[in-house]
Design a protein. Structure first.
Length: 297
């Protein structure tokens, strides 16, 4: 059985376009499941999948995060990886889907876990919002805060990979320089800017809609938003990207990894052959095979 990918909310599970991608596993909160049941479920997962990689948002409730650590500690298992991601909810859903796709590509659990640090460089996660007064996860200037009080003002915000904030109609967010698909989740903001302006500007190949994650309003500081995430378009491209990175064993736990840090024990790798950052600027390789970067003048 492939490595299990787990999430902490059902709305972080995106449907897959193919039948090979396995479903995600839901790790419920303490309010929804007693500890004994959570331990039994995790033990069963380890028996069937041998390794479990859990991806959860940095904004998760403290009690829920504590439950994850308690389960791993009680089971005394080094086969459980907990990945706390700063991505917005829709970005985490994309990341979880991509990791699910990788589990059936023949990669070791260590490589899949390490890929959770590489793939976010290729996830452009943001939102159109009506206000930034309560947005505390992306740098916001005092000038933008002041504009936020003006009636009718709307903003485009990019949280990852590089924070950006623009006023709609005045500026444009800088998007990916590779072929991408755009995932859109509509909240209470009435605007077609994401689909009618942003998508053409970013030259996305396709636009797909999905329900808005329950935690999105809290993450962005407003329920009047349209969340979006541009990402690599298919499993084959993601496979080629990860396969193109140098693999090495972790000097501490022995797991295979890519990049400069072990996905399992989190140990930094001295003199890593190919740090994850370098993969963003390759002139050849995976992104030139069907997803060639668009060099803009």
């Amino acid at each position: 059985m492939p490595t299990a990918i787990a999430v902490t909310s059902p709305d972080l599970v995106l449907p897959s376009a193919d039948q090979q991608t396995p479903p995600a596993v839901l790790l419920q909160s303490p309010a929804a499941q007693p500890l004994d049941s959570a331990l039994a479920d995790m033990h069963s997962l380890l028996e069937h999948h041998h390794h479990v990689i859990a991806v959860y948002p940095a904004s998760i409730a403290p009690a829920h995060e504590q439950r994850l650590h308690v389960v791993r500690s009680v089971l005394e298992s080094d086969r459980i990886v907990l990945i706390k991601s700063p991505l917005p909810p829709l970005g985490i859903a994309v990341l979880a889907l991509q990791l699910r796709q990788l589990t059936v590509c023949g990669f070791s659990p260590g490589v899949v876990a390490s890929a959770a640090r590489l793939l976010p460089h290729y996830i452009y996660a943001g939102a159109a919002v009506n206000s930034v007064t309560r947005l505390d996860r992306v740098p916001v200037s005092l000038k933008s805060h002041a504009k936020s009080w003006l009636p009718g003002t709307q903003f485009g915000v990019l949280a990852n990979p590089v924070p950006q904030l623009v006023k709609l109609g005045a500026e444009q967010l800088k998007g990916p320089e590779f072929t991408s698909h755009l995932l859109v989740a509509k909240g209470q903001l009435h605007t077609d800017w994401v689909t009618d302006v942003l998508a053409p500007a970013w030259e996305v190949q396709a636009v797909h809609e999905t329900p808005l994650p329950a935690d999105s309003a809290g993450w962005w500081g407003t329920g009047k938003l349209v969340e979006f995430a541009a990402h690599l378009p298919d499993a084959n491209t993601i496979y080629q990207l990860v396969a193109s990175v140098w693999r090495t064993p972790c000097h501490w736990c022995g797991m295979e990894l890519i990049g400069d840090r072990c996905g399992f024990c989190n140990s930094p790798i001295p003199s890593a052959p190919i740090p994850a950052q370098e993969n963003q600027t390759r002139d050849s390789g995976v992104l030139s095979q069907g997803t060639r970067p668009r060099h803009r003048g």
